[in-house]
Design a binder for this molecule. Structure first.
Ligand SMILES: Cc1cc2nc3c(=O)[nH]c(=O)nc-3n(C[C@H](O)[C@H](O)[C@H](O)COP(=O)(O)O)c2cc1C
Length: 324
């Protein structure tokens, strides 16, 4: 059995990890080898001060990257044991992975891994076809497999009540000029390794829209192509809201997203009601369950799209300096 991960294994797995989603495509992660283990750290310089003052979003993104990292190592035949928050005083280090007993990847790991390069954030209306019951069940199982939970918001009145919470959270955020400036700062109209390409931004919001969207793009929508009148909304949550819970939620999110991709489904993330504390509490109460909501998704059959850019792996690795 191997006792240490190598630089080559780190580099290959990190190339898959960086495909994870992040707020405004900030990519707030770093990966390093330390004492033969791979460590995932949050890059606080890439945390959004106005949109993400607590660092929740950066930790969700790192959790999602950690899930890809685990999948990548498992599919390469070198699975890892994971310890979250391994050092109580080094709060930036969110996870440490050490080699586990080598084994063949499972069919589920293989199909989720194959979905990594195909996943992207949808921001356009979905087709009216309903999401079948077995796919809904698979999404819930994906969250549970990573110690998260997924609640589907079912029925016109529940969806309308959720939409009211989401729109009011969006109004609160939009009132803050630093929040608006930050969003505008991360929209890219020329090729760039981070931020959201305007072409990935989705159509301009219109008064008839049930759910708020973030104005990354500003394209006019095609005539008659409104958003779904009764979207499938899913709330993903964790047991609580500690740093560790958020990393767990990030892993559960990525497993749900890859499961959806594998099932041919598109997902749009919608985190305004998580970012505004009053809205998050209203959402938690409306679900009537234990735990803390960590992300909201709109799920359906979407139009084709393409993955957004990422920084090169070399920019996110901290490698030991070779001696001359
Ligand atoms: C914590 C978090 C919150 C997000 N919130 C939103 C959101 O409110 N609206 C949205 O359109 N996308 C949201 N996203 C998606 C990111 O914008 C997206 O992941 C990023 O731009 C990279 O693009 P990709 O997902 O297509 O790879 C969120 C992603 C994360 C991880």
């Amino acid at each position: 059995m191997e006792t240490d991960f190598t630089v080559e294994q780190l580099r290959a797995a990190a190339a898959d990890a960086v495909r994870a989603p992040s707020l405004h495509n900030t990519q707030p992660w770093r990966f390093r080898l330390h004492d033969g283990g791979i460590e995932v750290a949050v890059d606080r310089q890439r945390q959004l001060p106005a949109t993400d003052p607590s660092g929740w979003g950066a930790r969700i993104a790192c959790g999602a990257a950690l899930f890809n990292l685990r999948l990548s190592l498992a599919v390469a035949g070198t699975p890892a044991k994971v310890r979250l928050r391994p050092y109580p005083t080094k709060t930036d280090v969110l996870a440490r992975l050490t080699p586990d007993v080598p084994r063949r990847p499972t069919p589920v790991e293989q199909s989720l891994y194959a979905a990594i390069p195909h996943r992207f954030s949808h921001r356009t209306p979905f087709w009216p076809d309903p999401v079948p019951a077995d796919a809904r069940w698979r999404l819930g199982e994906a969250a549970r497999a990573e110690q998260g939970w997924l609640e589907l918001v079912i029925g016109v009145s529940a969806v309308n009540a959720f939409a009211e919470i989401a729109r009011s959270a969006n109004r609160v955020l939009e009132r803050d000029p630093t929040y608006r400036a930050e969003l505008a700062d991360w929209v890219r109209t020329a090729p760039a390794p981070d931020g959201i390409p305007a072409a990935a931004g989705g159509p301009l919001g219109e008064p008839q829209d049930l759910l708020p969207s973030r104005g990354f793009g500003g394209r006019d929508r095609a005539p008659g192509r409104d958003f779904e009148p009764e979207p499938l909304v899913a709330v993903l949550g964790a047991t609580g809201n500690t740093t560790t819970d958020q990393v767990i939620a990030g892993q559960a999110l990525q497993r749900v997203l890859l499961t959806a991709t594998d099932a041919g489904l598109g997902v749009s993330m919608l985190s305004q009601p998580i970012e505004v504390p009053g809205a998050r509490e209203a959402l938690r109460l409306s679900l009537g369950r234990f735990g803390t909501p960590q992300m909201v998704m709109r799920i359906g059959y979407g139009q084709p799209g393409s993955p957004t850019p990422r920084r090169s792996v070399d920019e996110v690795l901290d490698l030991p300096v070779a001696r001359a």
